[in-house]
Write a protein that binds this ligand. Structure first.
Ligand SMILES: [Fe+2]
Length: 237
């Protein structure tokens, strides 16, 4: 493993403490949490999410997963497939593709990927009918192979909560760490809004593949409700 990654995971695990939640009316509080709080992540409870079935469907496509963003030698075993997007194998941001140069967002067609939803009917139905976000540009299965790791990076410089990271499984030994913010306490069957403006890295130090879904959609009002539920639980403690 690359030295930088070993160093990143050198410190013992710790988790972020939520303090000083302001006394604001509901909608303002939700806005504050998303854009002002500086919180690195927030757990939400997704109602009726078929985690187990989605994991099975994803694993049934194991061989089709595409190598995703290799970052030179410093990322290993990170692979992806789009459930919704430009195409099943276009797992990167649309602007990074050579043949999209000069195009505008409205020139790109995003849709359910037939090659994937055919094999993943429960996943498709859940995201189409139940999931509390609009599909946006991409909904992707993200596979991190046993022993795989993702180089520490940030995906943007602004800080806010989003996208949603759905953990279909989190094998023991797999760590999702944010620089100076601690480890995201992901477990099997959990979902988090994550601020990927923080430097973060994942290391699957286990013998099992780790499969998550990342959704970059537009929040429906239901997501705001889920955020509020989580914050209420913190305040009730
Ligand atoms: Fe990232």
């Amino acid at each position: 493993m690359h030295n930088d990654i070993e160093k990143f995971f050198e410190e013992p695990t710790w988790t972020f403490e939520y303090n000083n939640i302001p006394d604001l009316p509901k909608e303002e509080l939700i806005d504050w949490v998303i854009t002002q709080s500086g919180w690195p992540y927030l757990k939400i409870e997704l109602p009726n999410c078929p985690y187990e079935e989605m994991l099975e469907e994803a694993l049934s496509m194991y061989d089709a997963f595409q190598t995703h963003r290799t970052y030179g030698d410093n990322t290993k075993g990170w692979r992806s497939i789009c459930i919704y997007g430009e195409a099943w194998n276009r797992t990167e941001y649309w602007e990074t593709y050579e043949d999209n140069k000069g195009k505008q967002l409205e020139d790109i067609k995003f849709d359910w990927c037939p090659e994937v939803i055919e094999h993943c009917p429960i996943t498709y139905k859940y995201f189409k009918d139940t999931y509390p976000e609009n599909p946006g540009q991409r909904i992707r299965f993200m596979l991190l192979e046993p022993g795989g790791y993702i180089e520490p990076h940030n995906d943007r410089t602004e800080h806010y909560l989003g996208p949603i990271n759905i953990s279909l499984n989190m094998p023991e030994g797999c760590i999702f760490r944010m620089k100076d913010k601690g480890d995201v306490p992901m477990t099997d069957h959990s979902a988090f809004l994550v601020d990927i403006g923080n430097i973060h890295s994942v290391w699957n130090n286990s013998k099992e593949p780790r499969v998550h879904i990342i959704s970059h959609g537009g929040f429906k009002p239901e997501v705001r409700e889920l955020i509020y539920e989580t914050v209420q639980k913190m305040l009730d403690k």
